[in-house]
Design a protein around this ligand. Structure first.
Ligand SMILES: *Cc1c(COP(=O)(O)O)cnc(C)c1O
Length: 396
């Protein structure tokens, strides 16, 4: 055996050198620890709804448990759920898929990772418009591919333009990640805007990953368009991802789903059959109830989010040294703090330690001159937190 010293030995794969832990989770953890120590922390860090899972969804899950639905299911999900998803996509999104094109995954986060893994070879480039959801670049790197960032502009409502997309293409471009309604910007792409992007991608033979997890959290009378529903061409190149976490307040259930061209769906089924196997059996029965049950619970939640959103909008617009674009979807504000001249880590650390306000540093989303405020928290918390944030802004 060759001789070596223990210090030479690397215990982890080299790809982890470029992979950072999730910063959105880090700040919420720090805030929670301060809270546990008895400090009065106001948190805008939440990346999940503050509502409980609807009762009928819980009941369906409990019933499944009691009935003994506790064994392996088909790796890509139970037929009842896939049928319910198929019907939902047809009726609500104008998307016709066969059951074998649909898979249920362990959260939409898992759906995204599966899709990237299924399509990308090492050296392939994946275009990610920034600001982006914090996990996309790391998923791409874990899959061995490379993220390519395109900075979108505040003047354009943080939306990628076809010209920017064309400018970002290289011979290695394989995929574009689109997320509308968007986390962290709240941007919602119109049908026309999506169509223009689809045309570029189709022409250049680029796959589109369309993350539509915030589909129903949408305001100002805006309408959500599924990228794949734009045209037949769009459907040929688009992977549609959606889930239960945000719209049905089911983050802990770990259920998302993917609808994709048959070849891609087949690859995803293979990945899942050899890694996770099925998403939790009884949780899937809850998801069937979520899709088939009363949908008015969603409009109640949306109404509440919208009230908070409008309140925050009115507060933010009165603060001088920040800039915002009105978010039209999801439950976040991306506050542009360029005028303060502080790095987002520095800013959020000060905000937390001195003003006891937790928010997520923009560097986690690839735009360092910003901070993300979630309004998935009560109006009282929001009022109190914005009083403190206003003080902070006046002092900087
Ligand atoms: C929350 C979130 C997801 C993942 O949700 P799951 O809990 O994994 O279903 C995916 N994409 C975006 C943009 C999100 O904000």
């Amino acid at each position: 055996m060759r001789e070596r010293t223990t210090s030479d030995m690397s215990l982890i794969a080299s790809k982890f050198e470029s992979i950072a832990p999730s910063q959105t989770l880090a700040i919420t953890a720090a805030a929670k620890q301060m809270q546990d120590e008895g400090q009065d922390i106001t948190s805008f860090g939440a990346g999940e709804p503050d509502f409980d899972t609807p009762q009928h969804v819980k009941d369906a899950c409990i019933e499944a448990l009691l009935e003994g639905k506790t064994k392996y299911t088909a790796a890509t999900g139970i037929p009842e759920l896939k049928e319910a998803i198929k019907e939902k996509l047809y009726l609500e999104n104008g998307l016709e898929y066969e059951t074998n094109q649909i898979s249920v995954n362990c959260g939409a986060k898992h759906s995204c990772y599966n899709a990237i893994l299924a399509c990308c070879d090492p050296e392939d480039e994946v275009i990610i418009p920034a600001p982006y959801w914090t996990s996309y670049p790391e998923m791409v790197r874990l899959a061995g591919a490379e993220p390519y960032f395109v900075e979108t502009k505040r003047e354009n409502g943080w939306k990628l333009t076809p010209e920017e997309l064309e400018g970002a293409m290289s011979g290695r471009t394989r995929m574009l990640i689109l997320n509308s309604p968007n986390n962290p910007t709240g941007a919602v792409y119109s049908e026309k805007e999506l169509k223009a992007l689809v045309e570029v991608c189709y022409e250049e033979e680029i796959i589109i990953l369309s993350d539509e997890i915030y589909e129903k959290l949408i305001y100002n009378g805006k309408k959500h368009f599924s990228t794949a529903a734009i045209s037949d061409a769009a459907r040929e190149i688009t992977i549609t991802i959606n889930g239960f976490s945000k719209v049905y307040s089911m983050t802990g259930w770990r259920l998302g789903y993917t609808a994709a061209p048959e070849e891609i769906a087949g690859a995803i089924a293979k990945i899942q059959s050899h890694t996770t196997s099925n998403p939790t059996s009884f949780a899937q029965y809850g998801a069937v109830a979520a899709l088939k049950g009363d949908q008015s619970i969603i409009s109640d939640m949306v109404e509440e989010y919208d009230m908070r959103r409008q309140y925050m909008m009115s507060r933010f617009s009165k603060i001088n040294n920040i800039e915002i674009v009105e978010p039209e979807g999801a439950f976040y504000f991306l506050v542009d703090t360029s005028k303060m001249g502080l790095s987002s880590m520095n800013l959020t650390e000060k905000l937390l330690s001195r003003y006891k306000v937790a928010a997520v540093p923009g560097i986690a989303f690839g735009y360092d001159n910003s901070v993300r405020f979630s309004y998935a928290t009560s109006l009282d918390v929001i009022k109190n937190g914005l009083d403190r944030f206003e003080e902070f802004c006046h002092a900087h």
